[in-house]
Design a protein. Structure first.
Length: 318
């Protein structure tokens, strides 16, 4: 019986503006994150198998490094142009691309091709973002190109920042309507693959084609409600494009971070759709209820959480 554990430390996170020629026009910025992880008895592709044919080491000592650098250009008050590169390295990793180039290929069992790669640890000199944002009128804007899409507690739409490369990056068109703190976003596009040695051109190789709606509305004296909808289909990358499915999610989040010192956060999502002619029917819930001790200087929070997923019912052919 194997005992496996992971210890990690965020050693350094630096983020800020490097310099600006004219801050009203252009800003150069950078972010560097250093994280150390110590693994025992497992790795991302191997759970306790220490045989000679097993993949990777079971006792990695890894220094993850991620650097993001680039600029944001404001030709006028209604337009933003953003361009950043990302370089992700994993020093000491037994699954690094130079040693195990096939470790993170997604493909059918016992086949070589077609495939696409989703490497969570390494991606060299990749396009992190590349988009134009334009504000039509006071409350309406759009953003077109490579971007991160994340909302709320990152549970429904999140950036996947835990992994070193960042799991969810969109090549998307997003249209936003905002009225003070209330907003509605509608977006459509695809999520990129993560291949260390190949630059991913926006909108070219996607793992999934996706679309969605996310909104936020503040309820007086109660909290906030965030209805959402999402749809996902097979992407354009090799192997991803051979699938045939349509998955849809519909739900809402209701929360408050300060209701007379009480904190609550409830999310419900219903999943529908079909895959290869079989129906999908599932749902999930997440709940948090707590009390914030605002009379203390550090304002500690005591909370209970519960997460439940129904799991998909046995797929039934139509």
């Amino acid at each position: 019986m194997k005992f496996s554990f992971v210890i990690f430390f965020n050693l350094l996170v630096l983020n800020g503006v490097l310099f600006s020629l004219d801050k009203s026009k252009i800003e150069f910025d950078a972010n560097i994150r250093e994280r150390f992880e110590l693994w025992d008895g497992m790795n991302a592709k191997n759970y306790g198998d220490d045989s000679s044919k097993a993949i990777g080491s079971l006792d990695d000592k890894i220094l993850y490094q991620r650097l993001i650098a680039g600029f944001i250009f404001h030709p006028d008050k209604s337009v933003n142009l953003s361009a950043h590169l990302q370089d992700s390295r994993a020093f000491g990793w037994s699954l690094r691309d130079s040693k195990e180039p096939d470790a993170f290929k997604i493909r059918a069992k016992n086949t070589e091709r077609p495939y696409y790669i989703m490497n969570p640890g390494e991606e060299f000199f990749e396009i992190y973002d590349l988009y134009i944002e334009y504000k039509f009128i006071k409350n309406l804007s759009f953003k077109m190109g490579r971007q991160k899409i994340a909302y709320g507690d990152d549970r429904i739409f999140g950036p996947g920042e835990w992994v070193n490369t960042g799991r969810w990056t969109w090549d998307s068109l997003k249209v936003s309507y905002k009225d003070n703190s209330n907003f509605i976003d509608v977006f459509v596009g695809g999520t990129k693959i993560y291949e260390p040695k190949k630059i991913s051109i926006p909108f070219k190789d996607t793992e999934f084609w996706d679309g969605g709606l996310y909104s936020h509305y503040e309820l007086e004296k109660i909290g906030s409600i965030e209805p959402f909808y999402a749809i996902k289909k097979e992407g354009s990358a090799d192997y991803a494009n051979i699938f045939n499915f349509t998955r849809q999610w519909l739900g809402s989040r209701l929360f408050s971070n300060d209701l007379n010192n009480f904190v609550y956060d409830f999310t419900f999502a219903k999943e529908l759709g079909d895959e290869s002619g079989k129906s999908i029917d599932a749902y999930g819930m997440a709940a948090k209820l707590g009390y914030q001790f605002n009379n203390f200087k550090t304002k500690p929070l005591l909370a209970l959480r519960e997460i439940y997923a129904s799991g998909g019912k046995k797929l039934i052919a139509r």
